[in-house]
Design a protein around this ligand. Structure first.
Ligand code: NCD
Length: 321
């Protein structure tokens, strides 16, 4: 089975074979990017609009670069400053977009579910979720998966520790879904105040203690403390948090000797991770994650564009019949 979806709104609806198909294509793009082969035409003639209703540096840049490398006409709208502040509803935004006729729409929004809503309202256009509230961030989970697959040679039967602010993290949610579908052992580590309710239903092991949770882990994925999504005292202090949950040499020693260290960025050095570990290229794959991000977004947009073109072709055939 190949990639069938019309939109990329989350990892949840994807079949493992669709994930593998996307990662295989991204893997080829990653190799070509490394060799400097960065001009392709898979999206030639298509218009890509990026709408980021929430701050972003790497994700927005990554989607822009990916679209340009595939030959799309790419435009980024500065949403922070504009419509959302003036109280325009998402429905009005969708109507505006329908009038502009984009082919690919990349959306980041602070509210969970907002990207699904937009996808339901825009016509004739593939929508990619670049992060919605604490819900999903599918391309981040896919780029993490590609990074792991390239570093470890496989994406199944690995012991993967996801540490820190799980409750507020769309990165954690999408990763738990993806890594679970690929049959890995997932261990969540963090203070109970930062664990989402009902987490046991996801089939993960939950730990309060870093040393216990990290024991033998092949992959150590650190998360940023999502202060903007906290409304009160989730942690006693950053110092105390670093002491108990910050990844330092002493705690990392409990993981497998060849464990890789990941972080989606932006990092709070000295809060969730020690700067020396983050910069240690023998263990940290944080820069590789950024690199794989471009390749994964190229693959995602190419696969969606193929499905979009096929659906348009079918519609034309219907009209002609
Ligand atoms: C993540 C996000 O925005 O969800 N960052 C990213 O996409 N690179 C994680 C975070 O903000 O902590």
């Amino acid at each position: 089975m190949t990639f069938r979806a019309a939109h990329l709104l989350g990892i949840e609806p994807l079949h493992p074979t669709e994930i593998t198909a996307l990662l295989d294509l991204a893997d080829r793009y990653a190799d070509q990017n490394r060799r400097g082969l960065t001009h392709h035409d898979a999206l030639a003639g298509l218009t890509q609009i990026n709408m980021f209703f929430e701050n972003s540096t790497r994700t927005q840049a990554s989607f822009e670069l990916a679209g340009k490398r595939l030959g799309a006409d790419v435009m980024s709208m500065a949403m922070q400053a504009s419509s959302i502040k003036k109280g325009e509803t998402l429905i009005d935004t969708a109507l505006t977009l329908n009038a502009m006729r984009p082919d690919l729409l990349v959306v980041r929004h602070p509210q969970s579910g907002a990207v699904d809503l937009l996808a339901a309202k825009v016509q004739n256009c593939a929508v990619l979720n670049a992060g919605d509230g604490r819900h999903e961030h599918p391309t981040q989970a896919l780029l993490d998966a590609l990074t792991i697959r390239r570093a470890k040679g496989r994406l199944h039967r690995l012991s993967i520790a996801i540490c820190g602010d799980i409750a507020h993290s769309r990165v954690a949610r999408s990763n738990i879904l993806l890594l679970g579908k690929m049959e890995n052992r997932i261990r969540l580590i963090g203070p109970p105040t930062l664990m989402p309710a009902g987490i046991a239903d996801f089939g993960c092991e939950v730990f309060e203690d870093m040393r216990e949770g990290l024991a033998g882990a092949d992959v150590v994925m650190m998360l940023r403390l999502q202060r903007e999504r906290m409304d009160g005292g989730f942690i006693p202090s950053e110092r105390e948090y670093y002491h108990r949950y910050g990844l330092d040499e002493e705690k990392l020693r409990f993981a497998s000797p060849d464990a890789i260290v990941m972080h989606p960025g932006p990092m709070n050095r000295g809060v969730e991770i020690d700067g020396t570990i983050a910069d240690d290229i023998n263990r940290s794959v944080i820069q590789t994650q950024v690199e794989m991000g471009v390749a994964v977004r190229m693959a995602a947009m190419e696969l969606l564009a193929r499905n979009l073109r096929a659906a348009r072709g079918a519609k034309v055939a219907e009209v002609m019949a």
